[in-house]
Design a protein around this ligand. Structure first.
Ligand code: CP
Length: 305
């Protein structure tokens, strides 16, 4: 792979995706060793620049970079001069003087990671930009699906919830589509745009489509400027994994995925977390290996003179 940046899934071809998935396998094997580090990025610097909150992605990139022996700096946006009005462009100019080799960025605006990538020779990794893309989430999702179904082609994944505001839905559906996995969307009509994928607004109808995996999404109230459904209780009873639906999924052998963070009592009931085919923890663990593969594959264009 000869990419400087990792900004979206659309820009990758199937061979490049498979290469990254294959590369993540030995990195994951490392996790069971007493020494979990390799020297691949020794002497390199990874800068984390998160303008939006994160638990999984931020900590996962930090662990991934450290397991590759890179030096990691977490730029603390809330206590920085960003609060005094410093622009992203000026912040990057300032940080460039520190000669970071990799910048991992999350921002509420779609396209911000790409704009930073044009500005800097550092490799820029998009850790989520608005409702546009979250490509490393898509990579870890594909890695997780492949662990369960080594031959992914023809498997069916129903992505359920707030598709409209979800960068995960965009990136993960594109990823699965490129790998030959069949995708359908399900949720309230107000939250499921018309795309090339089958679209369901009735959960029971969607289950007749025969998914191997139900991939749940959180309803992103922070990105909504209107009420898209009457109440959380209503949403849970119509679209959530209730105890009764979980029993049906269990009987049908269906797996459950979720990118996190979860909203208990909205898109899922507590029992989902104890369900034997719930892959949420596996997704989190695989996020480290997938992000190691991305950091390892990229080619920064930093001038060292
Ligand atoms: N899945 C995901 O992006 O989670 P965080 O917002 O916690 O990083």
């Amino acid at each position: 792979m000869s990419h400087k940046d990792f900004l979206d899934i659309v820009s990758l071809d199937k061979e490049e995706i498979i290469h990254l998935l294959d590369q993540a396998v030995p990195f994951k094997e490392l996790f069971t060793r007493s020494v979990k580090k390799v020297p691949a990025l020794k002497g390199k610097t990874v800068l984390m620049l998160f303008y939006e909150p994160s638990t999984r992605t931020l900590s996962s990139f930090e662990v991934a970079a450290k397991r590759l022996s890179a030096d990691v700096t977490i730029f603390d946006v809330p206590s920085s001069s960003v609060t005094k009005g410093e622009s992203v462009r000026d912040t990057i100019d300032t940080l460039q003087a520190m000669r970071a080799d990799y910048i991992v960025v999350r921002h509420r605006l779609a396209g911000q990671a790409a704009a930073i990538a044009r500005q800097t020779g550092a490799s820029v990794i998009n850790a989520g930009d608005g409702a546009h893309a979250h490509p490393t989430q898509a990579l870890l999702d594909a890695f997780t699906l492949r662990e369960v179904f080594p031959k992914m082609e023809g498997r069916r994944v129903l992505i359920a919830g707030d598709i409209l505001h979800s960068r995960v839905a965009r990136s993960t559906s594109t990823m699965f589509d490129k790998l030959g996995v069949e995708v359908a969307f399900c949720g309230p009509g107000s939250l499921v745009p018309k795309t090339k994928f089958p679209r369901f607004t009735d959960f029971d109808e969607a289950m007749k489509w025969g998914p191997d995996v139900v991939y749940l999404l959180r309803v992103q109230k922070e990105r909504q400027d209107a009420a898209f459904y009457p109440s959380d209780r209503e949403y849970h009873s119509v679209y959530g994994i209730t105890d009764e639906r979980l029993k049906r999924l269990s009987d049908a052998g269906v797996y459950i995925m979720h990118p996190g963070p979860i909203n208990r009592g909205v898109e899922l009931c507590d029992a989902v977390l104890d369900y034997e085919r719930c892959l949420i923890s596996q997704q989190v663990e695989n996020g480290i290996a997938a992000r190691m593969a991305v950091l390892f594959a990229l080619k920064p264009q930093i001038k060292n003179s």
